[in-house]
Design a binder for this molecule. Structure first.
Ligand code: KG4
Ligand code: ZN
Length: 388
């Protein structure tokens, strides 16, 4: 297995960019600085200069076959997602073998469509980014082989991207033609809430993560999916619970909140078990379940913990801003909680970019490419690749 590592040309290229942008950095100060400080200064210049590049990205880590084309790190030219949701809904969750086969069937048309929507050909692309992990091994290799094939045929750089880093970088994206929203500013408190992960990361710079805490058991999205199954709601559970909760009373059931004081960790298995016991009791006592109220009360319990712990962590670590990303960041009540507070500017991706897509892989891939992180054709899938 090979981790993407800075290539030999990185520092030379970074230096050239630095040298061209001497309006922003004191040239003499650069040479007076220690080597580590020089690298940091160079990095800052690259990020403010936004080296022009068009990235084609591929994402196949789970059950979405996706391809996107992104310009200069933030401007989305196209994003195509072929969802297998309906197929997996029959099994109540993702069936790995079926997922890989569907990726094989969809990958070529999806890449062709992404290029067509961007009105570009492969020759217009500067680098290829692809999800290298974490995810289902059999699904990851389909996207990676496609990306390697394109990179090899074109002789263009290949960049392996961490899927979780992709979710975080979805907060940098905007559609072509939209007013460009302000980019997130560091230090940044990043809450990552997806189906497989729930973690708090302090970002002091691009591509730099200090993991403060993570879930000790179920991820928030996983808890949504499991509780939905208990309530006999369709997969995926998050949107189903949200829908049912719209008409529910979130104060009817007081489900437990695991604060895990003194740590930045999370735990969602307790609230899930508590819903299970409540459902069993209610079934014994009556015919129907108050699904709306159960869904609303469960959703409130999860959102309370995610919101309050993130706010406390942002205060404690002196973050300037907050970022919320991952599938669960599509949740309306969670978005409202963060958007209604005024203490910190908050970055949450547009709804269409919260769940898995390739635009976010292109965004993370762009920043990696700008810093010279290129991968080799030997890179292997990393199904358990942690962000930090
Ligand atoms: O990020 P994602 O698409 O895939 C992973 O990387 O895991 O996240 C999928 C998760 C699922 O658990 C799904 O139920 C949850 O995100 N989700 C939601 C909502 N939309 C998707 N959870 C709560 N509310 C939503 N609206
Ligand atoms: Zn994801």
């Amino acid at each position: 297995m090979s981790l993407p590592a800075p290539c030999a040309g990185t520092h030379a290229r970074a230096f050239l960019l630095f040298a061209r942008s001497n309006l922003r950095v004191d040239f003499l100060g650069f040479f007076a600085a220690k080597p580590s400080a020089r690298l940091a200064m160079t990095k800052k210049v690259i990020m403010t200069e936004l080296k022009p590049a068009r990235i084609l990205a591929i994402e196949t880590s789970c059950d979405e076959t996706a391809c996107a084309v992104l310009e200069n790190g933030r401007t989305l030219l196209s994003s195509v997602v072929a969802s297998q949701m309906e197929i997996h809904a029959r099994y109540g969750g993702v069936f790995p073998e079926v997922a890989s086969r569907q990726h094989v069937l969809s990958i070529i048309p999806v890449v062709q469509q992404a290029l067509a929507q961007a009105h570009l050909t492969l020759n217009d692309i500067d680098a290829i980014a692809v999800t290298q992990g974490p995810g289902l091994a059999g699904s990851l290799v389909v996207g990676m082989n496609m990306a390697k094939g394109i990179a090899l045929a074109l002789g263009k750089p290949l960049v392996g991207v961490n899927h979780l880093e992709g979710h975080i970088y979805s907060a940098w994206l905007h559609e072509a033609g939209d007013v460009i929203p302000p980019a997130p500013q560091f230090p940044l408190m990043a809450l990552l809430v997806s189906g497989g992960h729930t973690e708090l990361n302090l970002m002091t710079d691009h591509l730099t993560y200090q993991r403060l805490g993570a879930t000790l058991d179920d991820a928030a999205g996983e808890a949504f999916d499991k509780v939905a199954r208990l309530l006999e709601l369709p997969y995926p559970g998050g949107p189903s619970i949200q829908r049912e909760a719209e008409e529910g009373d979130s104060a009817r059931f007081n489900f437990p909140r695991a604060w895990l004081d003194g740590t930045w960790n999370f735990s969602f298995s307790g609230v899930k078990t508590s819903v299970l016991y409540e459902v069993q009791n209610l079934k014994k006592r009556s015919n129907g379940l108050p699904v709306h109220d159960l869904a609303a009360s469960f959703q409130k319990a999860v959102v309370d913990v995610l919101f309050k712990k993130t706010m406390n962590a942002a205060r404690e670590f002196g973050a300037k801003e907050i970022l919320v990303a991952g599938g669960v960041s599509a949740n309306r009540v969670l978005r409202q909680a963060f958007n209604n507070q005024t203490e910190f500017p908050v970055h949450i991706p547009p709804m269409s970019l919260c769940t898995d897509n390739a635009a976010m892989i292109a965004a993370a891939g762009y920043f990696r490419y700008a810093l010279g992180h290129e991968s080799t054709l030997e890179m292997d899938a990393m199904p358990n690749w942690a962000l930090s």
